[in-house]
Design a protein around this ligand. Structure first.
Ligand code: COS
Length: 382
């Protein structure tokens, strides 16, 4: 369907599509098999200026909004969700600085993020604080001209690969969510190290690692926003980033649909290509409808967020749930259409189905998204 992109949006789509075709597709199976971080491809994405999309123009970026980001992510995800996740994680990591950082912090970090010469990552999750994000235990204590951080962050995307980390820590532990603050921790800061690297079911080319802060001492000016406002910034960051995850679902579903239709046209059983059987046609029809409906909702949500930045939550959660549930369904059905071949690693749909699962889990499980939607409805109708 034609979504009437403007010139910049069309350029973003074409650039990302070319990277997928030229750089990602030839190596995605190998990256998946070897659990290998796509460093070279991220450099190619940087050269194509795609890291600048979400950075304001005054700091060297393209000044795009949520809509522009989802367009890039969708195209990259058609190639590999692991690679697209590694790209997306830098946006997630730097959103707190864009949303709440000081002028000095923006000047210090955003130009490098825009050129892709440094990448960011977001440190929220801990072993005992996943859905219950305000249950974090990492602390930050003032000490002279420094903050001293202690704690361990778990499952951090781009952990060990990025140079800039936005870390959520409690500055006033007795106040719970109202006692959280965000800090920038840089690779090489004293007391900051990387722990276990995870071995995952899917998105295996992305790096998922522990961040360990043991008396990690950072300068005072690394506090992002006001002390105690960190949780609100976390929530806004997630509101802004979730449509990106939704768009990974759309790109992945589209890739699985493409594989399924292509296969169904070639595979002959009972003397005919299997696409001529109604049982297969109906599956493909449902996959196509669901993918397009997901795309339309993601684009609508992204445009809404760009025009109503104070009213992001419901649109953001709705598109995240819908598009990622679609991705799980469509990739599973693609494996079904390919039958025994679909289950084998020599066909890409097996990887797609593995990659789809995380989309329903990370950046807030789909159950949590439904909570958010329900709470927003409750407020709207009161
Ligand atoms: N924007 C701004 N503020 C928000 C907000 C939003 N979208 N959502 C919540 N808040 C505020 C609330 O208004 C509340 O502020 P006050 O204390 O001033 O009233 C505060 O944040 C706490 O909100 P709430 O009471 O709803 O939090 P809960 O402890 O019940 O936790 C959360 C529910 C929001 C944490 C949960 O729904 C959630 O999103 N969990 C998923 C976390 C996640 O995505 N983890 C994965 C990270 S991967 S990077």
């Amino acid at each position: 369907m034609d979504y009437f992109f403007d010139e910049t949006q069309q350029m973003i789509v074409e650039t990302a599509r070319e990277i997928t075709r030229e750089k990602i597709l030839p190596v995605r199976a190998e990256l998946d098999e070897k659990n290998e971080f796509p460093r070279e491809i991220l450099h190619d994405i940087a050269k194509a200026d795609l890291f600048g999309i979400f950075v304001p123009e005054e700091y060297g970026g393209l000044g795009g909004g949520c809509y522009e980001i989802v367009l890039a992510m969708e195209e990259l995800a058609r190639g590999c969700v692991g690679v697209a996740t590694s790209y997306a994680a830098s946006a997630l990591g730097i959103f707190p600085v864009i949303l709440a950082g000081s002028e000095e912090q923006k000047e210090k970090y955003l130009p490098d993020i825009a050129t892709g010469s440094r990448w960011a990552a977001f440190g929220l999750t801990e072993a005992n604080a996943g859905s219950d994000a305000s249950g974090i235990r990492t602390t930050a204590v003032e000490d002279g001209d420094s903050w001293v951080l202690n704690g361990t962050k778990q499952w951090i995307t781009n952990g060990g690969e990025s140079e800039i980390y936005t870390i959520v820590a409690l500055t006033d532990p007795s106040k719970g969510a109202r006692g959280a603050s965000i800090f920038v921790v840089e690779d090489g800061d004293p007391g900051f190290s990387y722990g276990k690297k995870e071995d995952k079911m899917g998105i295996r080319s992305s790096a998922t690692r522990e961040l360990i802060m043991k008396d990690c001492r950072i300068p005072k000016d690394r506090l992002v926003g006001r002390r105690g406002t960190g949780f609100i910034t976390v929530m806004k960051t997630l509101d802004l980033s979730r449509p990106g995850i939704a768009s990974l679902g759309v790109g992945l579903a589209q890739a699985a649909l493409d594989e399924a239709v292509t296969y169904a046209k070639q595979r002959v059983q009972f003397g005919k290509p299997i696409i001529s059987f109604q049982a297969v046609q109906h599956m493909l029809a449902d996959m196509a409808m669901q993918t397009e409906a997901a795309r339309a909702l993601v684009y609508a949500a992204a445009r809404h967020i760009d025009h109503h930045p104070k009213d992001m939550s419901k649109a953001s959660s709705m598109c995240k749930v819908f598009a990622t549930d679609v991705a799980m369904k469509v990739t599973t059905d693609a494996v079904q259409v390919l039958g025994g071949y679909g289950y084998m690693k020599e066909y890409p749909v097996e990887k797609m189905m593995r990659d789809a699962k995380i989309l329903q889990i990370y950046e807030g499980t789909n159950q949590i998204q439904r909570n958010v939607i329900g709470q927003e409805l409750n407020k709207e109708y009161s």
